[in-house]
Design a protein around this ligand. Structure first.
Ligand SMILES: Cc1ncc(COP(=O)(O)O)c(C=O)c1O
Length: 400
């Protein structure tokens, strides 16, 4: 019998981290590799935010804090939700965690009983089904193909709801597709949810600020105030503020749920880093102008990548509304033969052969629940992106 817990049988290691590790390994071995697997901005954390952390260290703010976050950060989060989303929370309706990931994990651990179902539109962020499995629940993936803009349709939502449904997880803009719901699209979903009072909404708004072409971001509790009492609105500073390594995420939701999440956190990690919390106060309260400057670059990169990928034989790349990912189909390459002599039968084969032949690391769509496709993160230097897209064009052109 294994020494390891049986719960490990229920989870897979992260496919996105695996690709990043593989690319790092090849690079260390001297290969010229361009990694497009990692989901983090290439921009540095803004200087004012770094300075706030340095000041916190110098002022001795280096001790345990309240498990669910310092009052100053909770207030900054309350102000953010009010200012940007029209949502009104009290301090006991806010929790701060070690990254958005921990906040989502706490919420599932605090609510899932064996057999509870969680609806997850696919393609999905790799961690949702794994977290649901760890919590002992059942994920119910609902495939949302490219033809529907990778977005959940109201009828498909209605059909997926059962008496056992506990949560639906929405993520807009999405990792891995970049798709974002318009106000009308979201309203059509919240209308369905109004008919099913036992279903709660976990909305992962991590990429809120990363939208292009004047896209108007909205979040479910804002669109439908009647859902406020059963919605957990999750957000964080990792992506918009280029703070992935600082590990600060947060959520607003009903006090009873937030308290339960804090109980889980109190017996695992306790408070998130005191220093990172002070940096997050500055991120949320300080100047926001750099976000628009970053978005200008991200939009140019998105347009470049979409255009270049659509010139590759066998690739079809939709233009997403936000985040820093594109999710092209590689269906047109299936059945062809790679330079190594191997036939491409799946998107896993496509990404393996692409890495082997051209040194470009991307993540296979099957890891996100919809293939044959792959995810490219364009949060990478523009010159590298251009080079990578040329390599993908050459790879696809060389398939026989
Ligand atoms: C959709 C989505 N949610 C949550 C997270 C987790 O963010 P954090 O780094 O704050 O834990 C990520 C990070 O990749 C993400 O893509």
């Amino acid at each position: 019998m294994s020494f390891l817990s049986a719960s490990l049988d229920r989870v897979k290691p992260s496919a996105t981290i695996a690709v990043t590790d593989k690319a790092r390994e090849l690079k260390a071995a001297g290969r010229n590799v361009i990694g497009l697997g990692s989901g983090e901005p290439d921009f540095d954390t803004p200087a004012n935010i770094k300075l706030a952390a340095i000041h916190a260290i110098e002022a001795g703010k280096t001790k345990y804090t309240a498990v669910d976050g310092i009052p100053e950060l909770k207030q900054a989060i309350i102000d953010k939700f009010q200012r940007e989303n029209g949502l009104t929370y009290k301090p006991n309706q806010i929790i701060v965690g070690t990254g958005g990931k921990q906040v989502l994990y706490n919420a599932l651990m605090a609510t899932i009983n064996p057999g509870d179902e969680v609806i997850i539109p696919a393609p999905y962020w790799v961690s949702y089904p794994e977290m649901v499995a760890l919590a002992g629940g059942e994920s119910v993936p609902v495939v949302c193909p490219a033809e529907s803009g990778f977005k959940l349709q109201p009828a498909a939502l209605e059909a997926a709801i059962t008496p056992k449904t506990k949560w639906i997880i929405l993520n807009s803009p999405s990792n891995p597709t970049g798709a974002a719901y318009t106000r009308e699209e979201l309203k059509a979903l919240t209308d369905v949810l109004l008919k099913h009072p036992h279903v709660w909404v976990m909305t992962d708004d991590m990429y809120e600020h990363l939208v292009y072409d004047d896209f108007d971001f909205t979040t479910p509790a804002q669109i439908e105030p009647l859902l406020f009492d059963r919605t957990l609105t999750v957000n964080g500073v990792s992506k918009s503020y280029c703070m992935t390594g600082w590990r600060i995420g947060y959520a607003g939701g009903p006090a009873e749920l937030i308290k339960a999440m804090a109980t889980i956190q109190s017996q695992s990690t306790s408070n998130p880093s005191s220093i990172a919390q002070w940096a997050a106060v500055e991120a949320l309260n300080g100047p926001q102008e750099f976000i628009a400057a970053h978005n200008k670059v991200f939009k140019e990169r998105r347009d470049l990548v979409v255009s270049m990928l659509n010139q590759a034989t066998g690739i079809d790349c939709p233009r997403p509304e936000g985040a820093f990912y594109v999710y092209p189909s590689c269906a047109g390459t299936i059945g062809k033969t790679a330079p190594s002599g191997k036939t491409i039968e799946t998107d896993q084969d496509f990404v393996t052969e692409l890495l082997e032949a051209e040194g470009v690391a991307v993540v296979q769509g099957s890891a996100f629940g919809l293939g044959p496709a792959f995810r490219i993160s364009y949060a990478t230097k523009t010159s590298d992106l251009e080079d990578a897209c040329k390599r993908i064009q050459r790879f696809c052109g060389n398939l026989r």
